[in-house]
Design a protein around this ligand. Structure first.
Ligand code: MG
Length: 338
């Protein structure tokens, strides 16, 4: 198997700000795994929150010798070797996982949802994310998001109330809130969560810092809204300790090393009585479409990274009336945009 990769700069429609920082351009790495005349496509969208950058991804991909494997169907042993190659590097590992899954689907001539035995008509509605901004810009972005029936709003800063007021001036839609660890005191978090329930919010993602599990458990006992773990739920092994602390988890391919582990996380979370959501980073249609193939298993989807950019190089999953519509093409099923 031969692995090649290239950097690609995704351009954001609007400067994207969350509680942690801001960006206009988000670089990703597109990878190709070629074997037996078939090319599997994958993508890495590194996040500094998890210790990665395009440089660390390139370093990881350069240092891993995929040519020692001769059968892409042996996902279990190949991906175990990838994971054991170096600590961390989850999005670099995800790129290889995606490319191998794409290769297998293409070889078998089936889309991934079919390979996994999933019903393509059971895909959920995806939320559309509005980043932190001035109240005026937030109101403008909400109006631009008219086509999406479900919004996810980034809060966790000083002007949460102003932002929510601006949103409610523009729409009565159902809203999910992501605080990205922004409420550091548990009393503040409780006050915000109680207020958000009055504002018609469905759930709150990662209200408090990941390191404060005890504070989050305290909050959950008092919270009128479900709490979803994002920064607290990176990989499969994080799930058992989240029982009783959160109501659900946000799985991301770029945190958890790819589709194979994501599938296990969905099953494990369910067994632990936790709801499942799949989220994303700013990603092209390669990674978003890959994740969407698992979406028939999810309670909630937040797979909008490809909609937030203006230069997506690929065409894959579509969104119709907010709902994810899978492609029937084999593998991940993306094709270069005409
Ligand atoms: Mg989040």
């Amino acid at each position: 198997m031969k692995l090649t990769f290239r950097r690609y700069d995704l351009r954001l429609r609007h400067t994207f700000t969350i509680a942690r920082g801001s960006s206009d351009i988000d670089p990703v790495i597109v990878i190709e795994v070629e074997h037996d005349g078939i090319v599997g496509l994958g993508e890495s969208a590194p996040s500094g929150r998890y210790g990665e950058s395009v440089d660390t991804v390139e370093k990881f991909l350069r240092s891993f010798d995929l040519s020692m494997f001769t059968d892409p169907f042996q996902l279990e042993s190949i991906l175990a070797a990838v994971d054991g190659h170096a600590e961390g590097n989850p999005s670099a590992k995800a790129a290889i996982d995606l490319a191998l899954h794409d290769w297998i689907g293409k070889r078998l001539g089936v889309p991934l949802y079919k390979y996994w035995g999933l019903d393509p008509s059971a895909t959920p509605v995806t939320s559309f994310t509005i980043g932190i901004d001035t109240p005026e810009m937030v109101e403008k972005k909400v109006r631009e998001a008219e086509a999406y029936p479900l919004l996810k709003i980034k809060l966790g800063g000083e002007n949460d109330r102003e932002i929510m007021k601006a949103i409610r001036r523009a729409t009565k839609k159902k809203i999910r809130v992501d605080a990205n660890e922004g409420w550091t005191a548990k009393e503040t978090a409780l006050e915000r969560v109680k207020w958000l329930e009055q504002e018609g919010v469905e759930f709150v993602e990662q209200p408090m810092p990941a390191k404060d599990l005890a504070g989050t458990a305290w909050l959950r006992e008092r919270s009128p809204l479900p709490l979803i773990a994002d920064e607290n739920c990176v990989r499969l092994t994080d799930i058992p300790k989240l029982q009783g602390v959160f109501d659900g988890i946000n799985i991301k391919l770029m945190k958890c090393t790819g589709l194979r582990e994501a599938f296990s996380m969905i099953r494990t979370a369910r067994a632990c009585g936790l709801k499942t959501m799949m989220g994303c980073m700013i990603e092209s249609s390669i990674a978003i479409t890959a994740g969407a193939h698992l979406s028939p298993l999810l309670d909630y989807a937040d797979l909008d990274g490809n909609i937030l950019i203006t230069n997506d190089p690929y065409d894959g999953v579509r969104v119709e009336n907010g709902r994810l519509v899978l492609t029937d093409r084999p593998g991940i099923g993306v094709v270069p945009r005409a």
